[in-house]
Design a protein around this ligand. Structure first.
Ligand SMILES: [Zn+2]
Length: 284
């Protein structure tokens, strides 16, 4: 499993969302796990001109220059410096997946709420849309499938699709359909996922947000059981893993007691660990 990680994608200042420092925690967790076969790949930060494929260029410039609020609602230089690396990880992973016809991982979060000229809800730039459009501009894809299994609605992804009049992206977002455990039970989540996977079968690239926040115990989720989460990843890898595919971390907000950050975040790390183990077991 290729993982497109650089330490620069981690914003070290304390942010209201744990997502900004999650890449470092998951990568060190996976390194210590003998069920995960991981190969860390470096990459170049993405150019603002590429980010501007999916965003208002003035918005991109102003956020990177700390003149406009980022998705955390701050003008933190630390966050601004990390942004070309978070989206850069996604773009590099997508390019690698396409050139090598492989499923790979971008340990990133904080994309799907970012709209064309506005960041929100911990999302500054929409790395999903930047990666999709960059690959389309490079003539590497005709169609891209986004299966967004974060707990929340990918409003930013839909906003950019509408704004740029894009009809070649299949977008399936869990958060538009499921809001609690009752919505998702009795096979309803599995039926939705099955239809979403089916609709993406003829895509040239799959972007899969394997969010940890739909979990039943997540304070911002409360939708899927541990078993459903695992079956979700298995279904995507088994049925779409033969295509170029990039999966990422998206949200996850459970916290428990512990002396270290990794111990406090263990419920989230356990969910991402399971996704990485399934990747290794199913796709190598
Ligand atoms: Zn979320």
């Amino acid at each position: 499993m290729k993982v497109f990680y650089r330490p620069e994608q981690v914003a070290t200042s304390q942010q209201p969302s744990p997502s900004a420092f999650k890449p470092r925690l998951v990568v060190s967790d996976w390194q210590a796990d003998d069920k995960i076969n991981m190969d860390i790949c470096s990459f170049e930060p993405v150019d603002p001109d590429i980010i501007s494929f999916a965003h208002d260029p003035e918005f991109v410039r102003a956020v990177l220059a700390c003149e406009m609020a980022n998705g955390f609602g701050t003008r933190s230089a630390d966050v601004a410096a990390s942004l070309p690396y978070t989206t850069g990880s996604m773009v590099a992973a997508a390019e690698y997946a396409l050139l090598h016809q492989e499923a790979v991982c971008s340990p990133t979060s904080g994309f799907h709420h970012a709209e064309y000229a506005h960041g929100m809800a911990y999302c500054s730039f929409n790395g999903l849309m930047v990666a999709a459009i960059a690959m389309h501009e490079a003539a590497l894809v005709d169609r891209v499938g986004i299966i967004d299994c974060d707990a929340h609605y990918g409003n930013g992804t839909d906003h950019i699709r509408r704004k740029l009049d894009i009809d070649w992206i299949e977008h399936h977002t869990l958060g538009a359909h499921f809001h609690d455990f009752y919505d998702a039970r009795n096979g309803r989540f599995e039926a939705w996922l099955d239809r979403s996977i089916e609709a993406c079968m003829d895509c040239d690239l799959i972007l899969y947000q394997a969010g940890a926040d739909p979990h039943i115990n997540d304070p911002l989720g409360g939708i899927l059981t541990t078993e459903q989460m695992s079956q979700r990843d298995r279904a995507v890898f088994e049925r779409l893993g033969h295509l170029p595919l990039v999966w990422n971390l998206a949200g996850g907000y459970q916290v428990t007691q512990g002396a270290t950050e990794a111990q406090r975040r263990e419920p989230i790390l356990a969910l991402h660990r399971e996704t990485a183990r399934l990747h290794t077991a199913i796709l190598g």
